[in-house]
Design a protein around this ligand. Structure first.
Ligand code: ASP
Length: 332
């Protein structure tokens, strides 16, 4: 008798993987539900026992905290009912952000694996079915247990905290700059490239479903800090700045940052470069990381600014103190 197959829950959230062109020359729009996605992968049910649900069917620019919390409830329910892992299908544009938000909140050993597609279902050589199969195999693999939330596209598996969409149209659109993928899917098997040395940080409390009250600004040459003051004026309680190099800003912007910190805004500065993150003690002139830290700025470390925005949102909405926010960012 055959061993029972692992249960893998598959929740569909939309994106290109669920889109079609109505005519060959037309543009892609949402079309497919969870069940359609699974039936495009012949033999999937010989490998795992799929439990399928449509959570929403929207382009990923329309995913917000509400949809992410719905996906979290779906995943929690699935694991409580015996799933070995959970797969979410999602648009690729904000996939890394949904993955990271879920990773901050996920406290189960069973993995959540998020996938999507760069080519819609009606495109020749659509990548959705292969990506879904690879994600399902990863979710069912005991090797993925304890890794939190993973992202799997193009047979390559990434940690949620590190992955980024680095190309807008290529099939190989996802990378973990500076780190590389944690694993691959080969011959129907998830294989780890390397093991995590530091444990995953403790899961944070699930936030109330409130709008994100943290603004994200990119700093550019000659930036005078007007947008920093405007963000404070617009009522944002947190501000993330995608800073220059290892986390620097022009002096007028540093002065604006001092003003808003004085007014109670928590300011995090990350790096707008793709690899390496921010420093803490490399440069000591006005506008440098040493100066900004003396002004009360929290440095984002190796977290991308857009992920820093989400971490700050979760911590502020759960009522963490500024000291606790700083400690969490410092821990990396
Ligand atoms: N615009 C699409 C989305 O993010 C792109 C994709 O899924 O690849 O929903």
């Amino acid at each position: 008798m055959r061993d029972p197959l692992s249960v893998v829950a598959i929740g569909a959230m939309g994106g290109t993987i669920a889109m079609k062109r109505s005519t060959p020359a037309g543009a892609n729009a949402p079309a497919l539900e969870a069940r359609d996605l699974v039936s495009a992968v012949p033999g999937l049910d010989q490998l795992v026992e799929p439990r399928v649900e449509s959570i929403c069917n929207v382009p990923s620019a329309s995913i917000g905290v509400t949809e992410v919390l719905q996906a979290l409830s779906f995943a929690r329910r699935a694991v409580a009912e015996g799933a070995a892992g959970v797969v979410l299908t999602h648009g690729t544009d904000t996939l890394e952000e949904t993955a990271y938000l879920l990773d901050l909140l996920w406290d189960e050993a069973a993995p959540i694996v998020i996938t999507g597609a760069m080519r819609s279902a009606t495109t020749p050589s659509a990548d959705g079915p292969a990506n879904l199969l690879a994600a399902v195999l990863t979710a069912a693999s005991p090797q993925a247990a304890g890794l939190g939330v993973l992202v799997c596209l193009n047979d390559t598996v990434h940690l949620a905290a590190r992955v980024e969409k680095t190309a807008s149209m290529a099939v190989e659109a996802f990378e973990s700059p500076g780190f590389g993928p944690i694993g691959r899917v080969m011959e129907n098997q998830f294989r780890l490239n390397w093991a995590m040395v530091s444990p995953r940080p403790e899961a944070l409390p699930t936030p109330r479903n409130a709008p994100i009250n943290v603004a994200l600004l990119e700093c550019g040459l000659g930036d005078d800090g007007r947008l920093v003051r405007a963000a404070h004026g617009a009522g944002f309680e947190g501000l993330v700045i995608s800073g220059l190099g290892v986390g620097h800003v022009p002096v007028p912007m540093a002065d604006a940052i001092s003003e808003v910190i004085e007014a109670g805004v928590i300011v995090v500065v990350g790096s707008r470069t793709a690899r390496g993150g921010t420093a803490t003690n490399l440069y000591g002139y006005p506008g440098s990381e040493v100066d900004l830290m003396q002004r009360g700025v929290v440095m984002a470390g190796e977290l991308s600014p857009r992920k820093a925005r989400l971490l700050l949102h979760i911590m502020l909405s759960a009522g963490f103190s500024p000291a606790a926010v700083r400690a969490r960012f410092d821990a990396g």
